[in-house]
Design a protein around this ligand. Structure first.
Ligand code: DHB
Length: 312
């Protein structure tokens, strides 16, 4: 029996359900070529803004015992570079190419969505707000702003697009956000962005681990997995599988990937583990997922996707 871990996102075929999360090691053409040479099943690009950005002052990323903290501040080469990178990569790869758009306001997002219409990118992941932009609230927690942004980009996008969401913690918030997303032609949601505004401290030096925002940053890695799983599960239920869910947050192993798919995810992304373990992590997670499925007698993702059992 050959184990098939392929998937489709918005009708786009991915050879496996495991690829990189937007953020780590995906800013330069060199980074993106490295991803092409890895087993990542898609090439996800860094969230882009209108102008190139240096990002926040260093140190702005730190490994933690069970994950990571970052306040990168959206360092990226500006969207025009990613339009070009997508053209260059298209000549070099068959893998789906995914743009991540993170404008600072409605107009900027419209400009970038329109520009990517004329590129070979296969999908767009709309990142309505970084948790680390100094002076900006997390947009995913502002339902009115989300509605306005989704309405605007839905009008102009000719590419299938999804939305990267921050973690929600209150059951009422899932319903509010799902109701907004359902009004628009959103094909998928990615759950979750890093858990905003954690604080990591070095007790020896009595200092924060990172410099920006008084040491506050987004938390990822193992710490994020349980909230990521909950967000995947709730949106899977609320969307009744009509809008797909991609899991991100603490995927280090094939078992982690399996849990996300059991909760309803159609694919998983790897962020912190990619930084910590390098590009081999994609193949490792894929092989472990295949082995686990084989041991359970599952031949393909649809054999268990969403079929999480509860105790009641
Ligand atoms: C950054 C972090 C995020 O979590 C995000 O969604 C976008 C950008 C950053 O700090 O670069």
């Amino acid at each position: 029996m050959k184990t098939d871990i392929s998937t489709k996102i918005a009708g786009v075929k991915l050879e496996t359900c495991v690829f990189n999360a937007s953020g780590p090691l995906d800013e330069t053409l060199r980074d993106l070529r490295n991803l092409n040479n890895s087993a990542s099943s898609a090439i996800m690009m860094k969230s882009c803004t209108i102008e190139p950005r240096q990002g926040n002052p260093a140190p702005r990323y730190a490994n933690l015992e069970y994950g990571s903290i970052n306040s990168m501040g959206l360092p990226n080469q500006g969207y025009k570079a990613y339009l070009e990178f997508s053209e260059t990569l298209r000549k070099e790869t068959k893998k789906p190419i995914i743009a991540s758009i993170c404008g600072m306001n409605v107009e900027e997002n419209i400009t970038m969505f329109k520009a990517f219409n004329d590129t070979p990118v296969d999908l767009i992941e709309f990142n309505p707000g970084s948790p680390n932009t100094i002076g900006k609230p997390i947009v995913g927690y502002d339902t009115k702003a989300m509605d306005k942004l989704l309405k605007a980009v839905s009008k102009v996008s000719k590419k299938p697009f999804g939305v990267k969401l921050p973690p929600y913690f209150d059951l009422g918030h899932y319903q509010q956000i799902a109701d907004i997303i359902k009004k628009y032609p959103v094909k998928f949601v990615t759950c979750i962005n890093s858990i905003g505004n954690g604080l990591a401290i070095n007790p020896k030096t009595e200092r924060t681990l990172i410099k920006p925002k008084g040491g506050l940053g987004g938390i990822g890695g193992h710490y994020a997995k349980f909230h990521a799983l909950a967000n995947v599960r709730k949106f899977y239920e609320l969307f009744e599988d009509k809008i797909q869910v991609i899991g991100a947050g603490g995927v280090y192993t094939g078992t982690d990937a399996f849990e996300f798919i059991l909760a309803g995810a159609s694919a998983v992304q790897i962020g912190t583990a990619f930084i910590q373990q390098g590009p081999q992590v994609f193949e490792k997670v894929q092989n472990e997922l295949r082995d686990l499925m084989q041991s359970k007698g599952y031949a393909k993702l649809s054999d268990f996707r969403g079929k999480l059992k509860t105790l009641d």
